[in-house]
Design a binder for this molecule. Structure first.
Ligand code: MRU
Length: 356
């Protein structure tokens, strides 16, 4: 793995780019201070980048993993059967990088299924490698189109002058472009609609401060950064008319897994009678997971809390619990916004209909 030079500050940053025979990936751990693109050439490097949050956000993880499979088979020498086995083993390996965002498994399943159908269609090994690269590029391109549609639907819920609170980063950095929860803010900017965004800083890894505040501020969106514990206060002041967040997985009953702290924000929104919206592509909805209780919640290293950004902020040896995500029960979710439109609860039947 090697690194590339920083880009011009005024340039819109892309979380990932395919370049000829490698994956160029923005190292999100270094933002907002440094803009460094990593040059990834192996599935192991992609695995590590996902695990270490160099790339993060459900859709971006899925896209990176799809390219990760391709990196494992570029220049493959062997027969079609051996190639199919390689695709499966790279996909299974990449699937172990993080457990919660279902887009990871969705993208890897799609790559495996395509490999199989290309083999059945009689393509040569060389042709399959090329077709799988095109498939990964397609997943990447579709994400951008999908997010634009999500943004258009979501924007119908907002009007000029509204205050909107968001948690974590579900923006361009978490996706191919626009983001999910942040997409309506970019579209509002294009259309001259004034929204006032409050971004929770999002303990412990600060995706809200380092990434959401950064990308919205850079784009010219009116964004105010607050700490997580200020959300209730800001709501009580009457400054927030809606909450919108992204998600890592929506269960079949409409329960939502998202960055730790999202559940607290949903409870606060309910207490203040503020609508709580969740924005995501269909690839984040997992009908095979019945409820939120069935969604695996990643637990991350205690140092994220005790030694965040190199400064010890807790006594050595104290016990620490660090779940990366929580579950917001469906009854707290006012609506789920996808590329196919806006769905309100009760969710079970309506989510199923989205796939028909
Ligand atoms: O741990 P992260 O930074 O990958 O968590 C990201 C989130 O929780 C996002 O809100 C979610 O993935 C949606 S991104 C469009």
């Amino acid at each position: 793995m090697s690194t590339e030079q920083g880009t011009n500050k005024s340039e819109v940053l892309q979380s990932l780019r395919w370049s000829e025979d490698y994956l160029s990936l923005l190292d999100q751990r270094l933002l907002p201070e440094e803009t460094v693109y990593l040059r990834l050439t192996t599935p192991a490097e992609v695995w590590e980048a996902i695990r270490e949050l160099k790339v993060r956000g459900a859709p971006a993880i899925g896209i990176a993993a799809a390219y990760g499979v391709v990196l494992g088979i570029l220049g493959f020498q062997g027969n079609v059967e051996q190639l199919a086995e390689k695709v499966v083993s790279h996909a299974e390996y990449l699937a172990t990088s993080r457990p919660t965002a279902v887009n990871l498994f969705w993208a890897l399943d799609r790559m495996k299924a395509r490999a199989q159908s290309f083999a059945e269609a009689g393509l040569t090994a060389e042709e399959i490698v090329q077709a799988l690269l095109e498939e990964a590029k397609q997943i990447h391109a579709e994400d951008e189109q999908t997010n634009r549609l999500i943004g258009e639907h979501a924007l119908t819920l907002f009007s000029d002058g509204m205050g909107v609170l968001t948690h974590c980063n579900a923006g361009g950095l978490a996706t191919a472009k626009y983001g999910t929860a942040l997409a309506p803010f970019y579209l509002a900017l294009e259309q001259g609609i004034q929204l006032k965004v409050f971004a929770d800083e999002t303990r412990p890894v600060l995706q809200g401060a380092r990434l959401t505040a950064f990308e919205l501020y850079q784009a010219g969106v009116d964004v105010t950064l607050i700490t997580d514990s200020m959300a209730g206060h800001v709501m009580s002041k009457g400054w927030v008319q809606a909450v919108i967040v992204g998600t890592d997985r929506v269960a079949a009953n409409g329960d939502v897994a998202n960055k730790i702290g999202t559940y607290s924000v949903a409870v606060l929104a309910k207490a203040h009678n503020i609508p709580f919206y969740v924005a995501c592509p269909l690839s984040t909805i997992d009908l095979s997971t019945p409820t939120g209780a069935d969604i695996p919640i990643e637990e991350r290293h205690p140092d994220e809390i005790a030694l965040g950004f190199g400064k010890r902020t807790a006594p050595l040896g104290v016990s620490i619990y660090n779940p990366a995500f929580d579950i917001t029960p469906n009854e707290l979710v006012t609506a789920i916004i996808t590329e196919k439109g806006i769905v309100k609860g009760p969710y079970a039947e309506k989510l199923k209909q989205l796939f028909k």
